[in-house]
Design a binder for this molecule. Structure first.
Ligand SMILES: *[C@@H]1O[C@H](CO)[C@@H](O)[C@H](O)[C@H]1NC(C)=O
Ligand SMILES: *[C@@H]1O[C@H](CO)[C@@H](O)[C@H](O)[C@H]1NC(C)=O
Ligand SMILES: *[C@@H]1O[C@H](CO)[C@@H](O)[C@H](O)[C@H]1NC(C)=O
Ligand SMILES: *[C@@H]1O[C@H](CO)[C@@H](O)[C@H](O)[C@H]1NC(C)=O
Ligand SMILES: *[C@@H]1O[C@H](CO)[C@@H](O)[C@H](O)[C@H]1NC(C)=O
Ligand SMILES: *[C@@H]1O[C@H](CO)[C@@H](O)[C@H](O)[C@H]1NC(C)=O
Ligand SMILES: *[C@@H]1O[C@H](CO)[C@@H](O)[C@H](O)[C@H]1NC(C)=O
Length: 914
């Protein structure tokens, strides 16, 4: 690989010397679409080809301008150039090239070292275009180094980057040219061979002999065409030049007429051979141009590397044609024309290396990472694709999948739901990231093998571990985890190492963790072991335990679990004694406090006068001993109940782990009792005894909007557009009351389809409101983790501000509207990665006024104006920028309008459908 594989046209010397010294012509003739950047240059100028050059500064954010010190033809050349001193071991500097409205562009770059730093140490670096690593530049081999690419345009701005290599010195560049190519050109090559990017190796004008390559204005696309003699070892073939005019437009590449007017024609021998050194194993594309410039038709076989690719190819007088051919996995190339009748000939040859372009990452992954970056407030230089051409800082990839993320020693605060969108993660390292509260939002990461959450402020395990089935290493050392180790960890069959050192854990480790294949580290906890020493500490309230730390400094040693047990058992006695005393003290203090709470609250409850208090026994009886489950959610299960007067109720039983403190619970009940509105689900009563927190709501027979939209096709079909609008209007009324009518104002925090319930007349009511808001004020220590909201509905601004506002409800409601319009869930793996996120997928269609994505079961049944109104409302609701979202009052007004438009159109059509 030490052989130079860069072909530098002889014109370079000319350009280097004269390109800069050309006087500035006033009558600039910059051809349309050309962009010519003088890298590191400070003035604009027009060169001898009448092409305008401009300084590169507006297109690149990095690098230092300087000039090369060439001795050229006896005099010093001071060609401007730009170099990029690295900030890190491997850094990148990118140009952003506007490419405009064309199908393909040619990109030509010159890299010049020219001993600009006087160190005589030419750099080595790589360059990339878009997602593809496009070349490796070693200026020790040849200086200047020229590269030329053909890129099939798939976006408006093309990133062109220089990547430094460890020990490779500072990347340099002196010019960058962008030239639009004719429509559809090189497309055959690229489409057929599955690439979007070609790297030029050779472009020759057969029969042409000048040293200077032909280029603009002879080739209006400014391709450089070189003489061919170097590649045809037998100079026995003659070069011909006939001034015949051809119409080359039949060939998409549009070769210039002057290229076609010369040819190499075999006159006396049997074969004409061209040999091209490639030096590099790869896939190559070959284009041959033929034009009938001699007065007879010639026929010949065309061979590439000895294989006949075209037998008896005929070139007719005054006609032009071309041949494309792909040769895979070759490192040398020869093209042979074999005589059949008359004079074999060829007029032009282009040879390109086909560069593979890595697949892009899913938009969900990209946006999730950007959201995470935003919430950290750091600039990691995360731009373009996370995996290609090179993985972002802190990110690791396997192909186009993001498989590792390491964000340590920064202030994250919480594991936001976005982490749960990085479904391909195998390694997640968030140690020392100030994460407090419960371990949440990771249950979707079923491929996760290594999770490092050490050195945070975590207090509780959460329930996500039950789903993280691939977990091998779980590092939770140096946190504030309290209580007992959940049994669920034992079901993680692949777990090899569980590090729980230096937490506030206690009690008996689940026996399911006691196995040969698993190392459990427990030192530095209050009292944690596989033996039953600590068994009778059964008080489940969180006691403010003093941090009794054993064996603090041992994370680097690797004891197996047996030695840990010995340590734990040995220390268990002392531990137990300390705890016993503490517990006794605590229980006593709690009792007196507990009495206070109940007496105070029962007096208050009298005054609320709304909510009925149920005993646990009554609850058991009205639910028929919890017989009919009608729903389950993050908070627990909901059961069907029947009051003595026959009224049906929904009985919501909180899971232990979601229970609030007594104060919070009573506050919540008080709040809910006060909120009464026809579009809000009414609280009938509650039960707070035997460690139960139970809420009794009115029962709505129609089920939730989610049940109706996604339950079964027949249900969904009954939800015509008018009904959906009615439901939307009702729900908006309910939210409007929460935001504007109630005192205090209430932010729902979890608006979603499953929280919009329908009664038997298809009136809609909002449920599950007002839950965490109170927690914020009363029980501040729990709030940091009590992020409400559901994946797919959560306000993107939450990640930056850590706050849910009324506008967060608007966002979630916008998602609900989109669901009603499109008939699909907010996050769905059913389609392509691009359609995974409903908001990202639907927004562009609806903004463009396209209804292609409207739910199939609504097709033909909606008034276009009504749909357009609702769609534009939905789109405004899901604006990223919260301040641009409408208020609920505006939303309500617009939905009412859409609804009445729909009803009017129905009655004028004579339908009776509502
Ligand atoms: C450049 O433009 C000038 C004035 O328009 C013209 O005289 C000259 O021939 C042009 N040069 C080339 C190389 O086309
Ligand atoms: C590059 O430019 C920056 C700021 O203009 C300067 O601080 C730095 O020293 C320069 N680096 C080199 C290697 O000249
Ligand atoms: C660059 O080229 C020089 C000269 O051919 C060679 O000695 C050196 O090893 C090359 N560097 C790399 C990184 O390939
Ligand atoms: C090419 O082939 C034709 C037909 O076989 C023959 O007549 C002619 O002499 C050949 N030309 C040369 C230069 O060998
Ligand atoms: C052309 O390549 C083929 C296959 O690599 C080889 O057999 C043949 O000798 C080559 N011909 C010439 C003229 O180099
Ligand atoms: C080659 O093709 C020409 C025209 O297509 C035909 O006339 C001629 O017979 C063919 N020669 C051979 C050897 O197949
Ligand atoms: C945690 O990160 C801070 C910087 O954010 C650093 O000062 C500290 O040393 C880190 N601690 C550990 C244990 O890595």
């Amino acid at each position: 690989m030490a052989v130079p594989h860069c072909h530098c046209p002889p014109s370079l010397a000319f350009l280097l010397v004269h390109g800069i010294s050309i006087s500035i012509l006033l009558a600039s003739a910059d051809p349309p679409g050309f962009l010519s950047l003088s890298c590191g240059g400070s003035t604009s100028f027009v060169d001898s080809y009448n092409i305008s050059w401009v300084p590169d500064a507006p297109y690149v954010a990095a690098g230092n301008a300087t000039a090369a010190n060439f001795v050229q033809a006896g005099s010093m050349s001071h060609l401007p150039l730009r170099f990029f001193p690295d900030s890190g071991a491997e850094s990148r500097a990118c140009y952003r090239l506007p490419v405009g409205d064309v199908s393909a562009v040619l990109i030509r770059t010159r890299f010049v070292y020219g001993n600009h730093d006087g160190m005589l140490r030419p750099p080595v670096f790589t360059v990339s275009l878009g997602r593809a690593i496009a070349g490796f530049v070693n200026l020790s081999q040849v200086d200047p180094w020229v590269e030329e690419f053909v890129w099939r345009v798939d976006r408006d701005i093309l990133p062109f980057c220089l990547h430094s290599i460890v020990g490779g010195g500072f990347p340099v560049i002196s010019s960058l040219e962008v030239r639009p190519l004719p429509k559809g050109s090189y497309g055959t090559t690229m489409a057929k061979f599955g690439g979007n990017l070609l790297r030029k190796r050779f472009r020759i004008n057969c029969g042409y002999v000048d040293e200077e390559p032909l280029r603009y204005p002879v080739d209006k696309y400014d391709r450089l065409w070189d003489a061919d003699e170097r590649f045809s070892p037998s100079h026995l073939a003659a070069s011909f030049h006939f001034p015949i005019s051809f119409d080359p437009t039949g060939i998409k590449e549009n070769p210039p007429i002057s290229i076609l007017q010369t040819a190499r024609v075999l006159a006396r021998k049997n074969v004409l051979t061209y040999s091209f050194p490639l030096y590099k194993l790869g896939d190559y594309s070959v284009i041959l141009y033929f034009a009938g410039i001699v007065p007879v038709s010639s026929s010949f076989d065309v061979l590439i590397n000895g294989d006949v690719i075209h037998s008896n190819y005929t070139v007719k007088h005054e006609e032009v044609s071309s041949i494309f051919f792909l040769k895979k996995r070759i490192d040398s190339l020869n093209i042979t024309l074999h005589n059949i009748s008359f004079y074999p000939q060829v007029n032009g040859i282009e040879i390109y290396e086909i560069l593979g372009i890595p697949m892009e990452c899913s938009t969900t992954t990209v946006s999730a990472l950007q959201v995470i970056r935003q919430s950290t407030g750091f600039d990691f230089g995360w731009e373009d694709d996370p995996c290609s051409p090179k993985p972002w800082m802190h990110v690791g990839c396997d192909g186009n999948l993001v498989t590792s993320l390491k964000l340590s020693n920064i202030d994250l605060g919480a594991i936001t739901p976005t982490f749960g969108d990085l479904l391909d993660l195998k390694i997640l390292d968030l140690h020392n990231a100030s994460i407090a509260g419960e371990i949440t939002n990771l249950g979707t990461l079923q491929k996760l093998e290594i999770l490092n959450l050490s050195f945070n402020k975590l207090t509780s395990f959460g329930s996500d571990f039950n789903d993280m089935i691939s977990l091998q290493i779980l590092d939770l050392h140096n946190n504030s985890l309290e209580g007992e180790v959940p049994d669920g960890l034992g079901s993680l069959n692949k777990l090899r190492l569980l590090n729980l050192e230096n937490n506030k854990l206690r009690g008996v480790l689940p026996q399911s963790l006691n196995k040969e294949s698993l190392e459990v580290r427990t030192s530095g906890n209050l009292c944690l072991s596989f033996s039953s020493t600590c068994n009778n500490l059964s008080d489940h309230s969180s006691i403010p335990t003093p941090q009794v730390v054993f064996d603090m400094k041992r994370p680097s040693s690797h004891p197996n679990y047996r030695t840990v047990i010995i340590v734990a058992v040995a220390t268990g006695g002392i531990c137990f004694a300390i705890l016993l005393i503490l517990v006794a003290l605590m229980v006593q203090r709690r009792r007196s406090k507990g009495d206070d709470v109940t007496s105070r609250t029962s007096r208050e409850i009298q005054r609320w006068n709304v909510a009925r208090i149920f005993s646990y026994k009554e609850i058991k009886s009205i639910t028929n001993n919890f017989k009919d489950v009608i729903g389950t959610g993050g908070f627990g299960s909901v059961y069907l109940g029947k009051l003595s007067d026959g009224k049906l109720v929904a009985v919501k039983v909180r899971l232990d782990r979601t229970q609030l403190g007594a104060d919070s619970f009573m506050n919540e009940v008080q709040l809910l009792s006060q909120v009464r509105h026809q579009n809000l689900v009414t609280l009938e009563g509650f039960c707070h005894e035997s460690k139960q927190q139970i809420l009794v709501y009115e029962y709505l027979a129609g089920g939730s909007l989610a049940d109706n939209l996604y339950g079964s096709n027949s249900k969904r079909a009954t939800l015509n557009w008018a009904r959906r609008l009615k439901i939307a209007v009702d729900a908006a009324k309910g939210l409007d009351y929460l935001h504007n009518g109630s005192n205090p104002r209430i932010i729902h925090r979890d608006v979603k389809c499953s929280n919009i319930l329908l009664d038997s007349e298809v009136n809609a009511k909002v449920s599950d409101f007002g839950l965490s808001k109170q927690v914020l004020q009363v029980d501040a220590t729990h709030v940091t983790t009590a992020v409400k909201g559901t994946a797919g509905y959560l306000d993107p601004e939450y990640y930056a501000t850590q706050q849910l506002t009324e506008k967060s409800d608007i966002y979630s409601f916008g998602v609900v509207l989109l669901e009603m319009i499109c008939g699909r869930e907010p996050l769905s793996h059913a389609g392509t990665p691009d359609s995974y996120n409903l908001v990202l997928w639907a927004k562009p269609y609806l903004q463009a006024g396209s209804f292609d994505i409207v739910d199939e079961s609504l097709r033909g049944g909606f008034n276009k104006e009504s749909m357009a109104k609702a769609a534009s409302t939905a789109v405004r609701c899901v604006e990223r920028d919260a301040s641009r979202r409408p208020t609920i009052a505006e939303v309500l007004a617009e939905l009412k309008e859409a609804y009445s438009t729909q009803l009017t159109s129905l009655s004028t059509q004579g339908h009776d459908d509502v």
